[in-house]
Design a protein around this ligand. Structure first.
Ligand SMILES: Nc1ncnc2c1ncn2[C@@H]1O[C@H](COP(=O)(O)OP(=O)(O)OP(=O)(O)O)[C@@H](O)[C@H]1O
Length: 577
């Protein structure tokens, strides 16, 4: 902190913090109405405490000190019940609205996050750790709950309610008003000091949580491999270390949270004790700051009821203060994920007649078989030293069935992914005419999520009816293996398709493609790992499916090559032979 740089960076840090808080508050725009209702209910409930305390004090004064007839107290008693009920209803309304606002806000943010992340396309997603992404969408987004569901209300309450109590206290007993006024700034000053450390600690904790989530999910996925290679103990130690790091960081956040609440509790208790002391000494005649005017029991009771409530909103704010720190930390992580820092795919930018797309766009609707023209394209994978495709030119006529042949690593999958719009081109261009042709892609390693086989098929067309689903599954020879499963198409399979063979997973990908009903179908080794009999059936289905569509199929299979209308061979250097 002693360097001039550090001194200069303080105002900068607080300016960026203010900007961050503004951005955080801006997230609440869609649920602003609900938050306002919640805030209004909280403030009015706080104000109603004044008549509530006054009525209690009045009843005690009249009933016990002045010995009034019980029947004369009935109206005040009824009023007390009415105020109590109104406060309870208002507080309930506040809680409900705040909770609903927070839930809606988080759901919206998750939708945005999912859309943005998916928009970056398959190659980007494939490089991410799904554990980390799910932490982002789950834990980080949930970290905003405390802020919107708690902190914001507490902040509004602090700005509107204690001030009203202060005015009332001054009107009733100025000495108590002065005592409250003097002790009032302690809370915000202390919270400001604590808040600085809290955000950094929360950020550290969220990052550790994210790392831990990613680490754990990766290890779970590779559990089989870990066992086979006898890496169990070492991995266990790694997970132990990650968990220990998280524990330390979580304790740091908790320490700060507990410390701030404990200090506030202390100040609040001391202040209330001071007021009680003053009132007690006044009653005993040991202190007279009222110029001889007597202090009634009712007045004293009223002030004693009000005093702890004066600090209550500040204590609530302190309890939620680390929520703000967590929310700011989470916002930073979320903004980082939402930032458009991925380079735009040049292949898309250079297709003037084609709308930019990083995955086969669902909005593409043209069903006419398109022509595909690759003009001198070169593609290099991120981080690779050489081009996977170099200067490839290829013209495919509408309705043509082209097989891509070539050795392993010659670039067949890369070519399919480039045509699908998943990969940026280093040079050249790809024209698909009509440009809005619906594209379907069955990759080599299809992604199967946890759910039934039918669910896994329906992601290609969520509104597909059972008949369409069965027809697609039948054609792709999925029914051959589901017939043996206990629940048929409703059999549940795991993430990454645990429980299905490679050939079965590919047939699901093929059925998805059939269901999508694309005009341009890109298939990556659809018949790998199939026995000759099943391969024949799949190829027959494919030949039928090819009618009226353009097909590009990467394959090593002679039978598949024979089915195609034309064979294009890629050489080892990623060029056309
Ligand atoms: N994500 C990636 N990052 C870096 N290099 C990659 C990536 N994907 C593929 N490659 C490389 O690009 C080249 C072409 O790979 P590609 O998967 O397109 O070949 P392929 O002809 O489909 O092979 P196969 O017949 O084995 O499926 C290979 O040298 C491969 O190692």
């Amino acid at each position: 902190m002693d360097s001039p740089d550090a001194a200069e960076s303080l105002p900068q840090a607080s300016a960026s913090r203010t900007a961050q808080i503004r951005r955080l508050d801006a997230l609440a725009a869609p649920v602003r109405g609900r938050l306002r209702v919640a805030g209004g209910c909280t403030v009015v409930a706080g104000w109603l405490l004044v008549p509530q305390a006054a009525l209690i004090a009045l009843l005690v004064q009249r009933g016990f000190v002045e010995g009034a007839e019980p029947t004369t107290l009935v109206p005040a008693l009824l009023a007390l019940v009415a105020v109590g009920v109104a406060r309870a209803a208002l507080l309930l309304g506040a809680r409900r609205n705040a909770d609903r606002a927070s839930t809606e806000l988080r759901a919206g943010l998750r939708r945005t996050l999912a859309g943005r992340l998916l928009g970056r396309g398959a190659p980007w997603l494939r490089r991410q750790r799904s554990g980390g992404l799910s932490e982002l969408a789950a834990t980080h987004v949930d970290a905003l709950d405390g802020y919107f569901g708690g902190y914001l209300l507490a902040r509004l309450e602090v700005s509107m309610v204690p001030l009203a109590y202060l005015v009332v206290a001054f009107l009733v007993e100025p000495v108590v008003g002065v005592l409250l006024l003097v002790t009032m700034p302690l809370a915000p000053v202390f919270m400001m000091l604590v808040g600085r450390g809290a955000q950094a600690a929360s950020q550290g904790q969220l990052r550790a949580l994210s790392r831990m989530g990613g680490h754990f999910a990766d290890r779970l996925r590779g559990l089989g491999l870990i066992r086979v290679y006898g890496r169990g103990e070492a991995e266990l130690a790694g997970i132990g270390d990650a968990a220990e790091g998280l524990r330390e960081r979580s304790l740091k956040v908790l320490r700060i949270a507990f410390l701030s609440s404990a200090v506030l509790e202390f100040f609040a208790s001391v202040s209330v004790a001071l007021i009680a002391l003053y009132l007690g000494m006044s009653y005993l005649g040991m202190m007279d700051l009222r110029g001889g005017a007597a202090l009634t029991l009712g007045t004293g009771l009223f002030l004693l009821l009000l005093a702890p409530e004066f600090y209550a909103p500040m204590r609530r704010l302190a309890a939620h203060y680390h929520d703000r720190a967590s929310a700011l930390a989470a916002l930073e992580e979320i903004e980082h994920a939402l930032a458009d820092d991925v380079e735009p795919a040049p292949s898309l930018a250079e297709r003037p007649e084609s709308p930019a797309r990083s995955t086969p766009a669902v909005t593409d609707t043209s069903t006419a078989a398109p022509a595909v023209s690759l003009q001198h394209i070169s593609v290099r994978h991120a981080g690779a030293a050489r081009d996977a495709l170099s200067a490839v030119s290829l013209d495919i006529a509408p309705g043509e069935f082209v097989a891509l042949a070539g050795g392993s690593g010659s670039g067949k999958s890369t070519l399919l992914e480039a045509v699908a719009g998943w990969l940026p081109l280093r040079e050249g261009r790809i024209e698909i005419a009509p440009h809005d042709a619906r594209i379907g892609y069955a990759p080599q390693r299809p992604y199967l999520f946890h759910g039934s086989i039918a669910d896994n098929l329906r992601i290609a067309r969520p509104d597909a009816d059972d008949a369409a689903l069965h027809a697609a599954a039948e054609a792709a020879q999925v029914m051959r293996f589901t017939a043996r499963l206990p629940d048929g198409l409703d059999t549940v399979i795991g993430e990454r398709g645990f429980g299905l063979s490679g050939g079965e997973a590919r047939r699901i990908a093929l059925a998805r493609l059939f269901l999508r009903n694309p005009a341009l179908a890109l298939l990556d080794e659809p018949t790998a790992f199939l026995d000759p009999d099943t391969e024949r059936a799949v190829l027959d289905a494919l030949a039928m499916f090819a009618r009226g569509r353009t097909l590009i199929v990467a394959t090593h299979s002679d039978a598949a090559l024979a089915t195609a209308g034309r064979v294009v061979t890629l050489d080892a250097s990623g060029g056309l032979r």
